[in-house]
Design a protein around this ligand. Structure first.
Ligand code: HEM
Length: 140
């Protein structure tokens, strides 16, 4: 008997229509995150304290020419904490350790937490950021 019975086709179409796209939780390094900097049609991601957010719905903010484009594809933690999108807020060495943010003061930590809460409400977490060479890092 064929599996393409009418009832199966109806079930299949329901499945296809109602199933949201699977969210695959991935482990990123600063280098693999950079691919999602909004320079092409790929999703736009940024990291905050090790969480990678899919900020594609905010492409106007983070895409090329957007006010916060520097954050796209990068660890935005320090910039969010300092309320600054200056380039020097970004970790320069993508192959080095992650920014440990140890020097942040109480106000900056509060800023950062505020942004983090906003992002958790607004965006999907699609993965975590680890340093290159971390045991969890994808082999490249
Ligand atoms: C002249 C100064 C600034 C103006 C006029 C401004 C304006 C705005 C506006 C209108 C929004 C959209 C709010 C909404 O509709 O949700 C926004 C969001 C945002 N701003 Fe600013 N901003 C300024 C400075 C900054 C700075 C210095 C930072 C650096 C951290 C920053 C980071 C953000 C972020 C991360 C968002 C959230 C975007 C999102 O929802 O994904 N802004 N800003």
């Amino acid at each position: 008997m064929s599996i393409a019975t009418p009832i199966n086709l109806v079930l299949l179409s329901l499945f296809v229509v109602t199933e949201p796209p699977p969210v695959v939780f991935r482990v990123f390094t600063p280098t693999t995150l950079l691919e999602f900097n909004g320079q092409d049609d790929k999703p736009v991601y940024l990291a905050v304290r090790g969480r990678v957010f899919d900020v594609t719905p905010g492409r106007n903010f983070y895409g090329p020419g957007g006010p916060y484009e520097n954050f796209a594809g990068r660890d935005a933690s320090r910039g969010l904490a300092h309320q600054s999108f200056d380039l020097e807020m970004l970790t320069e060495d993508l192959k080095g350790p992650l920014d440990d943010l140890k020097d942040l003061d109480a106000d900056q930590l509060e800023n950062l937490q505020g942004w983090e809460e906003r992002f958790l409400e607004k965006y999907l977490v699609v993965g975590k950021l680890v340093a290159e060479g971390d045991a969890e890092a994808p082999k490249s």
